[in-house]
Every structure is written in C-alpha cells, then in structure tokens.
Design a protein. Structure first.
Length: 158
C-alpha cells in the first residue's frame, strides 16, 4: 500500500518540476535557484478570484522584481487558455500549464473541494514562497485572492 506524500513544510526543499510556459519554452523550477520564487496555484484562467489575484501580481511585479523574486502562476489550463488570459489582462509574468497535474500533485494542491454540497477534485488556491536557496520560506493554503500579494511580499522580505 502506497503511503500519502509527506505534507510540505517551511524549510523543505521545493519539489522540482518542468512545465510548459506562456513564454514558449519549458520552465524548470530548479533553474531559478538564486532567485526567490512566488509559485502560486490557481483554479482557472479568467474567473473572478483568479483574475483579481493575477492582476494584483501584475500591478506589483516591479516590487517583486526589486526583491529578486520571480512570479509563476500555475493552473491546469492549456497554454492557449493562458495566452488569452495574458492578452485580456496584460499579464506581465509567466503562467505554467499543468494539464497533467504534475506540480499540483508535488505541492498537494489538487484536493477534494465542496461546492453547494457537491464534492469534486480541483485546485486549492495556494502559494509557495521559495527562497533563493531552493527551500520553502512560506506556505499559504486556501488563499483569499483579494490582498494576497501583500502577504506574499511580507513573506519575501522576512
């Protein structure tokens, strides 16, 4: 019997993965060592909460840049869907397509959800702040999109 994966914790090495990106070439997380990474998982392109969250990261990207931080958004949407989302809202950071749920499983963000009593599997809105050493600095689970970028900036500065 296979045991459940160990819950990720602050101080753990961030699990490595490679996913197709909106930039046209795959992104491997380990290739960003030396920079801080804001790795945020969101349910779906162009939905209200996801748009609020993405636009807040967009509007504050210069502040993240000053902290030597890269912002990566991850959803199971296709690259075509990401391209439309980026164009519609002038997003200025990379979106990763995780259609096979590889990163979702590594970071345990593919979880059972309940909506109006109906259970289903979906992306738990979560953010992982990864230090320049490749270790997890902060984990945010069940994120509220509004104002989340402020919490993330505080974690980067810590």
């Amino acid at each position: 019997m296979k045991s459940a994966p160990k819950e990720l914790a602050v101080g753990d090495r961030a699990p490595d993965f490679e996913l197709p990106s909106s930039e046209g070439k795959p992104v491997r997380l380990s290739s960003l060592k030396g920079k801080q990474v804001v790795l945020y998982f969101y349910p779906k392109d162009d939905t209200p909460g996801c748009t609020i969250e993405a636009c807040a990261f967009r509007d504050n990207l210069p502040k993240f840049g000053k902290m030597d931080a890269v912002v990566l958004g991850v959803s199971k949407d296709s690259l075509d869907s990401h391209a439309k989302f980026i164009d519609k809202y002038s997003l200025n950071f990379t979106l990763l397509s995780d259609e096979g749920l590889v990163a979702h499983h590594l970071y345990d963000t593919w979880r059972e959800k309940v909506n109006y009593g109906k259970k289903y599997m979906g992306t738990e809105r979560s953010t992982f702040v990864i230090g320049s050493d490749g270790r997890i600095k902060k984990i945010f689970r069940k994120v509220t999109a509004q104002g989340h970028e402020v919490e993330v900036m505080a974690a980067l500065k810590a």
